[in-house]
Design a protein around this ligand. Structure first.
Ligand code: HAM
Length: 419
């Protein structure tokens, strides 16, 4: 039996890297005033149909949708923004102090073709802010994602930003774009031919070379924004300038979810190869009302954590190695329960400690302790016990000392605290 295609086990030794990321996320989100939210792994399918949009690849091709035993259509969440909006609405969080700022970390599911950096179950860290259209919030949300990357030692990334306008300016722009592309529909790739009617803006960020050539020189959304959207975009850029954050205005950036309005952004990591988008997000001022909630503006992003780890490895960034113990208790000819009692006492004193469970020779226990990364070795033999003492060896220096058994726990917890 193997794990399903596109899913992966995270084993001890690797899980520490995830815990490290989660620790950074928790710390940064607290600094930025975000509270954690945990929503269900599955939702009513309807939420994503209305939220993410029926014409998107995510909804039309990539959802894990199933009927439960009560004949309800449910879907494993392909993303979390729609779920968080649903929770905001359901728990009447519009009655709380605004803006409401939340973050999440967890698995998402998309039936996509697996390859390096693309999985069917993957993990996102995301944030969402509700209740304000203030452009400095857009800049702050973008800045939070960049602070996270830098905190991890990732400095090589590109921030792409765009404005995808509002329903008013987008609908007149959409007509303009369709008009220009009318004669070229037959030459577009299969996917884009379908997008022409349903979502022509998406044609602009198609990766195919020929679609790119066919759309060379077409009118762009950024040049067709209404006054309000234009001013908003200028303010977002101004705030990023003040923060000293470099960005590229990429007028072809549309993103694969239908809910965006005004600001859209993506962070590209050049070390990642084909799946170079390490995170992305934007504003979604109409999503809440589209899923039946009160008119509430929102903005957020999500970052793919598998891609973050890949980028960190490629950049040679420091990642913790897991499963280390402080102390190993090696025994020779000593009843097992004596060693067990000692390790339990040490653990109660906050020392991470291991012992032998395999009947290994003393020499084999030393080797094992070294492999486990133990910094201190306690050697308990018949003679030591008789003398009321244990030998404590400092692994790095190779020196050792005799310590009274009755002082051993205090002695070791002192050493570990110092180290
Ligand atoms: P998204 O661009 O679909 O946006 O996903 C965000 C990030 O998740 C991507 O940049 C990528 O790093 C990661 N990702 C997506 N699909 C996969 C996959 N199959 N395997 C590995 N990583 C993947 C959203 O999901 C929006 N909800 C973001 C957002 C929040 N917008 C506003 N608020």
């Amino acid at each position: 039996m193997k794990a399903p295609r596109g899913t992966r086990d995270i084993l001890p030794g690797e899980v520490e890297k995830w815990q490290f990321l989660e620790g950074k996320i928790k710390r940064i989100c607290r600094l930025f005033g975000y509270g954690e939210i945990r929503t269900p792994i599955f939702e009513h399918t309807e939420l994503f149909l209305r939220g993410v949009g029926e014409t998107t690849d995510i909804v039309s091709k990539e959802m894990y949708t199933f009927m439960d035993r009560g004949e309800r259509s449910l879907t494993l969440r392909p993303e979390c923004t729609a779920s968080v909006c649903r929770a905001y609405m359901e728990h009447k969080m519009y009655g709380d102090l605004q803006p409401v700022k939340v973050y999440y970390v967890g698995p998402m599911f998309r039936y996509d073709r697996p390859q390096a950096g693309r999985y069917r179950q993957f993990h996102q860290f995301g944030v969402e802010v509700f209740g304000t259209e203030d452009p400095t919030v857009d800049a702050e949300v973008i800045a939070l994602s960049l602070v996270f990357f830098r905190e991890l030692g990732l400095s090589e990334f590109e921030l792409h930003i765009n404005s995808v306008g509002c329903p008013e300016c987008r609908s007149s722009y959409r007509g303009k774009l369709q008009e220009v592309l009318k004669e070229r529909v037959g030459e577009l790739c299969h996917d884009c031919a379908g997008r022409y009617e349903k979502n022509p803006l998406r044609i602009l960020d198609c990766k195919s070379e020929s679609c790119r050539e066919l759309t060379e020189g077409v009118p762009l959304m950024v040049d067709n924004l209404c006054r309000e959207c234009g001013v908003h975009f200028e303010e977002v850029k101004k705030a990023l300038d003040v923060l000293g954050e470099a960005y590229v205005v990429n007028p072809r950036l549309v993103r694969g979810l239908d809910y965006y309005t005004k600001t859209a952004f993506e962070i590209i990591s050049p070390v990642l190869g084909a799946q170079s988008s390490i995170g992305g997000g934007g504003r979604y001022d109409n999503l809440m009302s589209e899923i039946g909630g009160p008119d509430t503006p929102g903005i957020g992003f999500a970052i793919g954590l598998e891609r973050v780890l890949l980028a960190m490895e490629a950049a040679g960034a420091k990642l913790p190695v897991g499963n280390l113990v402080d102390v190993f208790v090696a025994t020779a000819g000593v009843p097992g329960e004596i060693a067990l009692k000692l390790v339990m006492e040490l653990r109660a004193a906050g020392v991470a400690v291991e012992k032998d469970y395999m009947g290994r020779s003393l020499k084999a226990q030393f080797k094992f302790a070294d492999k486990k990364g133990a910094r201190f070795l306690v050697i308990l033999g018949e003679e030591e016990i008789a003398a009321g003492q244990a030998t404590v060896r400092y692994m790095a220096r190779g020196e050792q000392e005799n310590v009274e058994l009755k002082n051993l726990v205090r002695y070791l917890s002192g050493l570990v605290e110092e180290a």
